[in-house]
Write a protein that binds this ligand. Structure first.
Ligand SMILES: Cc1ncc(C[n+]2csc(CCOP(=O)(O)OP(=O)(O)O)c2C)c(N)n1
Length: 328
């Protein structure tokens, strides 16, 4: 995929992290102003996972983000204006303002829209990988789910199917310690999602989801393995959901110490330290990147606010594909 900001890979990765954070922060503010329709589920603290798993994918690969993965769309180069218009249910949005932003998808960028049923996209990711296999195409699917959703039947079924058929699937579990207010020790017997992979006959890798280097590396290995026809990988990226489940959740069920501990492991700050050690003039770079991110986010909000809501009868448009043979 083309670079987002700079030809220097490390700096471009920094921009990607900051873009994801900046866009999500903008969405939080707009939500408080009542301008966003539908739920907002901040991925603050999880940026290294979305950047690390998407950044090096090829244009033919498919990604299957879920509610906390707005960043997947941005790193996949979905137009921020259209994405923001989608969040505001405007005509200029990806599905012309007809549904929740998570459901839209972006067919031009191979981003598959999710349904509200957690775990619902893992079988679909298998279906797409099955198509790759039938056609002998060297592409991969990357699908996301939380550790809460990891116990859904469809997630187990999908991983078993992918294991049986040796499909080019990378399953990414974002283990952010909570499913709504339920802590991880009340969610998963045995304490580990990645350990389950052995039951499906493929590797499970537990890694530091706050470390961009590590996320890039485990993804590279998983994607290479899948594209070489050696089958799926389950990545359990251990991280923390810095904000509440959604904007209305103050998450008072967590201790201040716990939140502070994880804030001290901020993936964006960690990457800044790395750049500084490389000799980058960080204050200057940070100022440049923040000003570019602000420009992108402000423009996206302006575009979205200027876009009208769809008219009632438009709800009936675009519901069915044209019959095969009738397409232009
Ligand atoms: C099958 C299903 N059950 C319950 C819900 C309601 N729900 C939406 S998000 C959520 C929490 C999910 O937690 P997790 O999978 O760990 O992801 P996280 O929100 O922590 O990123 C729940 C219970 C749903 N959408 N689908």
């Amino acid at each position: 995929m083309p670079r987002l900001y700079s030809d220097d890979r490390n700096i471009d990765l920094y921009y990607a992290l900051k873009l994801v954070r900046g866009f999500e922060d903008k969405v939080s503010v707009l939500h408080r102003q009542n301008k966003i329709l539908g739920g907002v589920y901040s991925g603050r603290g999880q940026e290294a996972i979305v950047v690390g798993t998407v950044y090096d994918l090829g244009p033919e690969d498919w990604v299957f983000p879920i509610h906390r993965d707005l960043g997947v769309w941005l790193v996949r180069h979905t137009d921020p204006n259209k994405l923001m218009a989608q969040l505001m249910a405007r005509k200029g949005g990806l599905s012309k303002g007809k549904d929740n932003w998570t459901h839209a998808g972006d067919a031009d960028r191979n981003v598959f829209g999710a349904t509200s049923m957690l775990g619902g996209t893992q079988p679909v990711a298998c279906g797409v990988a099955w198509r790759f296999k039938l056609r002998g195409e060297p592409h991969v699917t990357v699908s996301y789910f939380g550790e809460g959703a990891s116990s859904r039947g469809d997630v187990h079924e999908a991983m078993n199917f992918a294991g049986v058929h040796n499909l080019a699937c990378v399953f990414v579990c974002e283990n952010n310690q909570y499913a709504y207010s339920t802590p991880v020790n009340m969610e998963i017997a045995g304490g580990s999602v990645s350990d389950r992979a052995s039951g499906y006959g493929f590797p499970g890798v537990k890694c530091n989801g706050n470390d961009l280097h590590e996320m890039l590396e485990v993804t590279r290995e998983a994607v290479e393995r899948a594209k070489a026809g050696r089958g799926p990988t389950l990545i359990e990226a251990v991280t923390y959901r810095i904000k509440g489940h959604s904007e209305h959740d103050r998450a008072d069920y967590r201790t201040k110490d716990e939140v502070a501990l994880w804030e001290s492991k901020d993936p964006v700050v960690t990457w800044e330290l790395f750049l500084e050690k490389l000799g980058v003039d960080l204050p200057k770079l940070r100022a440049d990147v923040e000003s570019k991110v602000k420009e992108v986010c402000d423009k996206a909000a302006e575009f979205a606010l200027a876009s009208p809501y769809p008219e009632g009868p438009e709800a009936m448009e675009d519901l069915y594909a044209s019959p095969i043979g009738a397409r232009g």
